[in-house]
Design a protein around this ligand. Structure first.
Ligand code: SF4
Length: 140
């Protein structure tokens, strides 16, 4: 039988679980800094845990969400690194204080169903009146 190549993830989860048990009395930490110190936990995972498990106003950013923000706020023409920083800043600015978990999932769905990578459905989008992508005549 051939490995799926995911064994390293299992090892990281085990490593993170050991840290939680040894350093946090078995309780998953609830700050971004502490979560980022666990093996295999990056910014996206840390924010997801904060929003989903602890109800904190933590935004997440993946390629779908980034695309929505780039189009809506008209973010373009910058280097990837500085654009990422700006997009994370926008994500933090617009995330609601309550129900961030639902907000994050809604944005993921919105990016998959409405503000799609190709042929976004701008004609049916509730954001179209305030969207830079539409007002700059990019939409079909
Ligand atoms: S108007 Fe178009 S580009 Fe703007 S958010 Fe909606 S679907 Fe995306």
């Amino acid at each position: 039988m051939q490995s799926l190549g995911l064994l390293f993830r299992a090892a990281r989860i085990l490593d993170a679980a050991r840290t939680v048990v040894n350093d946090y009395d078995g309780r998953v930490p609830n700050t971004e800094t502490e979560l980022l110190s666990l093996a295999g936990i990056g910014k996206y995972s840390a924010r997801s845990i904060l929003a989903n498990a602890f109800g904190k106003p933590a935004a997440v950013l993946d390629t779908n969400v980034a695309r929505i923000f780039e189009r809506f706020f008209g973010v373009e023409g910058e280097r990837v690194k500085s654009r990422c920083k700006r997009l994370w800043g926008l994500a933090d600015r617009v995330v609601p204080k309550r129900n961030a978990s639902r907000w994050n999932l809604t944005l993921l769905d919105f990016g998959a169903l409405v503000c799609t990578a190709s042929r976004p459905k701008c004609d049916r989008c509730p954001l179209r009146k305030r969207c830079c992508f539409v007002t700059s005549d990019n939409a079909d």
